[in-house]
Design a binder for this molecule. Structure first.
Ligand code: GDP
Length: 417
C-alpha cells in the first residue's frame, strides 16, 4: 500500500485523565511493547502494593528517556491494519506543553483524553486550543474512565457535546468521539460489550486517520541549513519547507535576493541525483553560479519573494515562568532564521476557556496573547494560515524557549527588494 509513512500523533489532556494509561494500553494491545516490559511493570506495581498500573509502562519508558538511555520513537509506535502510528510525545510531566510547542508542529493528529466525570476542564481546553494554533486539525476525542459511570450513555453524550461545542469555536471538527476505559482496555483496541451502544472503537478512529499531505503545492520555501565547500563547488544543504524545486529552476536567496539556477539536487544518502525535491525533504543543491549563501537564508522561486516586514502580529503562547512585559527583547526563530525582536505591544490576552479577549499588560506562563513584534531588520516570514512552516516560530529569551507563535499579519512592508 502507499501508507509507508507513519502517522504521527500527540496525546493530550488534563493530568490524571488517563493519557499514560491509554498509551500503555494501546502499545500492549497492539503487541508493540518490548519483551518483558509488562512483567517488569507487574513487579513494580506489586512492590508498590497497587494493582497493575498501565501508566507505569510509560513512566518506565519516560525514565529511560530522562536518564538519556536511548528510547527510540519506534518504542512508542504500533501498527493498525492500515498503517504505523508513532506517538511523538508521551505525556511527560511539566515539560509537556513545551514539547508540544516545539515538537508537535509536525503532528498529523491528536488524541484528546477526557475523564468522563470531569469533562473538558480548563487544562484540556488549553491543550485543544494549542492544537488548533499548532495547526493540528485532526482530533480524536477519547472520553475515558467510562467504567466509573457504569458506561452511562447520557454521561458520555454530555461530555461529547460540550467538547464538540468548544472544538467548533476553534473551527475544529473532531474526527471521532469515542467512549473508552483505558485501564480496562475496553473499546480501545478491542471493542467492548459495554460500549455496544457506540459504533466505533478508538482503534477504528485511528485507522481512519490520514497523514497530512506535505505542503507541496504551496510557494517554494527552502530554508538553508549549511553551506559546504567541495573544491570549487559550493553545496547548499537545506530543507524544503513548502513547495517544490527542480533542476533548472531559477531561485532567489533572501534576504539578499541573488538569483541562480539549480544545477543539481541530491537527497540525503541517496546514490543517484534527483531532478526535483518537494516539501518535507532535506536536500543538497548546487547552483549554476557562485553566490554568497549562508545558514538562515531562505530560497524562493525567483520573482516570487514574500514581502519582508519589520513588524508582525503574532498569536503567542507563553510558557516561561518569567512574565512577558511590553518592551521585552526576544529572538524569533522561524525555520533556520533567527531574528532579534522587541515586543512593542501586547494587544490582548485570550481566555482559553471562553475564548474571549481579555485586556492584559502582563502575560504569564500558560497564557495566550496577540503581540506586535518589531525587528530592526526585515523578517522573511509568511502568514501561518498560508504557509505554516515559515509562519510558525519559537520565541527565545536568552537560551530558553519561552513560547511559540503563529504569524497572523504582516504590519509594515519595507521590502528592500
Ligand atoms: P495521565 O496523568 O493523564 O497520564 O493519567 P494516568 O494515565 O496516570 O492515570 C491517572 C489515574 O487514572 C491512574 O490511577 C489510572 O489507573 C486511572 N485510570 C486511567 N484510565 C482509567 C480508566 O479507564 N478507568 C479507571 N477507573 N481509572 C483509570
Amino acid at each position: 500500500s502507499g501508507d509507508e509513512r507513519a502517522l504521527r500523533i500527540v496525546v493530550v489532556g488534563h493530568v490524571d485523565h488517563g493519557k499514560s494509561t491509554l498509551i500503555g494500553r494501546l502499545l500492549h494491545d497492539a503487541d508493540a511493547l518490548p519483551d518483558g516490559r509488562v512483567a517488569q511493570v507487574q513487579q513494580s506495581s506489586d512492590a508498590r502494593g497497587v494493582g497493575f498500573e498501565w501508566s507505569f509502562v510509560i513512566d518506565a519508558l519516560q525514565a529511560e528517556r530522562d536518564q538519556g538511555i536511548t528510547i527510540e520513537t519506534s518504542r512508542l509506535s504500533f501498527a493498525t491494519e492500515r498503517r504505523r502510528i508513532e506517538i511523538i510525545d508521551a505525556p511527560g510531566h511539566g515539560e509537556f506543553l513545551r514539547n508540544m510547542v516545539t515538537g508537535a508542529a509536525s503532528a498529523d493528529a491528536a488524541i484528546a483524553v477526557i475523564d468522563v466525570r470531569e469533562g473538558a476542564v480548563a487544562q484540556a481546553r488549553r491543550h485543544l486550543f494549542l492544537l488548533s494554533l499548532l495547526g493540528v486539525r485532526k482530533v480524536v476525542v477519547a472520553i475515558n474512565k467510562m467504567d466509573t459511570v457504569g458506561w452511562d450513555r447520557a454521561a458520555f453524550d454530555r461530555v461529547a457535546n460540550e467538547t464538540r461545542d468548544y472544538l467548533a469555536e476553534l473551527a475544529l471538527k473532531p474526527v471521532a468521539i469515542v467512549p473508552i476505559s483505558a485501564r480496562g482496555g475496553e473499546n480501545v483496541w478491542n471493542g467492548s460489550d459495554a460500549a455496544a451502544w457506540h459504533d466505533s472503537s478508538l482503534r477504528d478512529a485511528l485507522d481512519a486517520l490520514e497523514p497530512t499531505p506535505a505542503a507541496e503545492n504551496r510557494a517554494l520555501r527552502l530554508a538553508v541549513q549549511d553551506v559546504y565547500r567541495d573544491g570549487e563547488r559550493r553545496i547548499i544543504a537545506g530543507r524544503v519547507e513548502s513547495g517544490r524545486v527542480r533542476v533548472g529552476d531559477e531561485i532567489a536567496f533572501l534576504p539578499g535576493g541573488q538569483r541562480a539556477r539549480v544545477a543539481t539536487i541530491e537527497g540525503w544518502n541517496e546514490p543517484v541525483a534527483r531532478i526535483a525535491a518537494a516539501a518535507g525533504q532535506t536536500v543538497a543543491l548546487t547552483l549554476d553560479q557562485k553566490l554568497f549563501v549562508a545558514r538562515g537564508h531562505l530560497a524562493v522561486a525567483a520573482g516570487a519573494a514574500p514581502d519582508a516586514v519589520r513588524r508582525i502580529r503574532v498569536r503567542a503562547f507563553w510558557l516561561s515562568p518569567k512574565p512577558l512585559l511590553q518592551g521585552a527583547e526576544l529572538r524569533l526563530r522561524i525555520a533556520t532564521a533567527d531574528h532579534r525582536v522587541t515586543v512593542v505591544q501586547i494587544e490582548r490576552a485570550i481566555d482559553v476557556e471562553t475564548l474571549a479577549p481579555v485586556e492584559a499588560d502582563t502575560i504569564v506562563s500558560g497564557q495566550i496573547a496577540d503581540l506586535v513584534l518589531e525587528s530592526n531588520e526585515p523578517m522573511l516570514v509568511d502568514i501561518a494560515a498560508d504557509i505554516a512552516p515559515t509562519g510558525r516560530g519559537v520565541l527565545v529569551d536568552g537560551h530558553d524557549v519561552s513560547g511559540g507563535c503563529l504569524v497572523l499579519d504582516k504590519l509594515t512592508t519595507r521590502a528592500r527588494r
